[in-house]
Design a protein around this ligand. Structure first.
Ligand code: PTJ
Length: 243
């Protein structure tokens, strides 16, 4: 109904459709109010990066795919925003783990993930609860068969505290974060600086390719983050009007 309000030929249609998905996710009880604001921050960085999957993001996606298919036990940590934006794309072991934790929202998220075809969903059974050390937020509670024992955790749109705690627990952390300056971006092993809406599809395709021919990828996260910052600088300089 609302979609009809956005003309397909609107210059900012794609961005407006993503907003609608999140608003719908909020109305369906998947997304936290704060998730809408978090999206706004991401949107601003996406604008500065040119709203496309950059060469730099492609490099990180390739490295992430190789890491994912080589991991012994990988898990995707799903929060409200991810459930609203890419439930259909996720095809892996999933753990629902919320910052603004809320049982009702967790159940809504599981429902939408199951509807999208997910079978292996963890994070719902309190008997399986374990605690990640050095973390005070609700995200410290994880599943003993999921994040707790995982060697690699994909944490899209994450808060910095848990990324640091997961690293301290010896895990390889892969993240999607449009903000190259965030603590998560700076702490993760592989940061994909891309909109999850574009990047997740690309990551799934890369994983299929990597499964067929496992190859080694040389990847330097710090270098990649610097390149993203320089990309923003270049885009801004191109827009500056000098008198
Ligand atoms: O559902 P919950 O309760 O687990 O809460 C989820 C949010 C996202 C609210 C929570 O994790 C949070 O507050 O996250 P932060 O600390 O705001 O971090 C989110 C990061 O994701 C920010 O650096 C944003 O720039 C980035 N971001 C937002 N939208 C996107 C994004 N990155 C990639 N794609 C996006 N669409």
């Amino acid at each position: 109904m609302k979609k009809a309000l956005i003309p397909k030929n609107h210059p900012r249609a794609k961005s407006l459709f993503i907003r609608e998905k999140l608003v719908l996710g909020f109305e369906r009880g998947l997304v936290a109010k704060e998730g809408l604001m978090a999206h706004g921050r991401g949107e601003a960085f996406d604008y500065l990066l040119g709203e496309r999957t950059t060469k730099n993001a492609k490099k990180a996606i390739k490295a992430a795919a190789v890491a994912l298919v080589s991991a012994k036990a990988s898990v995707i940590s799903v929060n409200g925003n991810i459930a609203a934006l890419c439930a259909k794309e996720i095809d892996a072991k999933i753990e629902v783990n919320l910052f603004y934790t809320n049982e009702k929202r967790k159940k809504n998220i599981v429902k939408i993930l199951k509807k999208a075809g997910a079978k292996n969903i963890l994070g719902m059974d309190s008997d399986s609860n374990k605690t990640i050390l050095g973390l005070d937020s609700a995200r410290r509670i994880v599943d003993k068969s999921g994040i707790y024992v995982a060697d690699l955790v994909l944490v899209p749109l994450e808060d910095g505290d848990r990324t640091i705690a997961l690293k301290k627990a010896g895990k390889c952390v892969v993240t999607f974060d449009l903000n190259p300056l965030s603590r998560t971006a700076q702490t993760a092993d592989i940061t994909i600086i891309d909109n999850i809406m574009r990047g997740m599809k690309e990551l799934i395709s890369e994983c299929k390719r990597a499964k067929k021919s496992k190859h080694h990828v040389i990847f330097n996260n710090k270098k990649n983050l610097s390149e993203a910052v320089l990309e923003i600088k270049k885009n801004l300089s191109g827009r500056a009007i000098f008198a």
